[in-house]
Design a protein around this ligand. Structure first.
Ligand code: IPE
Ligand code: IPE
Ligand code: MG
Length: 248
């Protein structure tokens, strides 16, 4: 059997019982990958999209319940217009291209972020993919698009304030559990494992609330090169960790 085939099964050195339920990924390094190949940055993004498809399949094969990926931050609008436009049409094209397979494979796709600011045609594709996979029972796959952790917290605070104003919520009732219900991640557990590629040691405004107790794994590998072997390495590192949650 080729190594690729073997890796379709959960590798034997991983304990199925101790897999992270929810994996979050900051997919970084597309531009650097392209530069190293002497290609334009957008070529790195195209390649990165294929990497994501493969990681989603791998998570599904290995029994991960939820995968959340950072595709576009509220700060990424500051990039050159051509790059932003390319990314928006890449998202739209990939969604259109992959929807049938996601439906078939039981993937439940979700998006989080300020989606109203996205191009209308992308919003339509997002709505369609969410609606068509809504009944699926397999892996929950969330794509953070025009997402900012601070924006998420602010919109939650605004929504809660409106409820208070209407008398639906009392200020004393506002606790962590209530607050969580107003976040984009209301119906999913916090990530157990955060992976960031390309060596950068920062959160870049990703899931600030939800990362409170995530295990953080950073690799120098650039996102387009992050394959099953790399994911295996990340899961092995995760299983070595001792998660104490503030206890002894
Ligand atoms: C991540 O790769 C993709 C997005 C942010 C959309 P980058 O485009 O940030 O790649 P680098 O960091 O410039 O190499
Ligand atoms: C974070 O990567 C955003 C995404 C992966 C979508 P960036 O490349 O935008 O982050 P910084 O600028 O290095 O912090
Ligand atoms: Mg980057």
């Amino acid at each position: 059997m080729s190594p690729k085939l073997i890796l379709q099964e959960l590798p034997a050195d991983l304990d199925r019982e101790r897999l992270p339920k929810h994996v979050a990924v900051i997919m970084d390094g597309n531009g650097r990958w392209a530069k190293r190949q002497g290609l334009p940055r957008i070529a790195g993004h195209s390649r990165g999209a294929s990497t994501l498809k493969e990681l989603l399949r791998c998570c599904k094969d290995w029994g991960i319940e939820a995968l959340t990926t950072y595709a576009f931050s509220t700060e990424n609008w500051g990039r050159p217009l051509e790059e932003v436009d390319f990314l928006m049409s890449l998202f739209e094209g990939k969604l259109r291209q992959e929807l049938r397979e996601m439906v078939k494979e039981g993937v439940k796709i979700k998006f989080m972020g300020n989606l109203q600011a996205l191009p209308k045609s992308l919003q339509a594709e997002i709505e369609r993919s969410v609606a068509e996979t809504e009944q699926n029972q397999g892996i929950r796959f969330t794509v953070a698009t025009n997402y900012g952790g601070r924006e998420e917290i602010v919109q939650a605070a605004r929504a809660i304030a409106s409820q208070v104003k209407l008398g639906q919520v009392q200020p004393e009732e506002i606790d962590e559990a209530l607050f969580k219900r107003y976040l984009y991640t209301a119906d999913v557990c916090d990530p157990d494992l955060l992976i960031r590629t390309s060596g950068e040691m920062r959160l870049s405004n990703f899931m600030l609330w939800q990362m409170a107790y995530a295990e953080i794994y950073i690799t120098d590998t650039l996102w387009p090169d992050f394959d099953r072997k790399e994911f295996h390495r990340a899961l092995c590192a995760y299983q070595q960790r001792n998660r104490r949650f503030g206890k002894v």
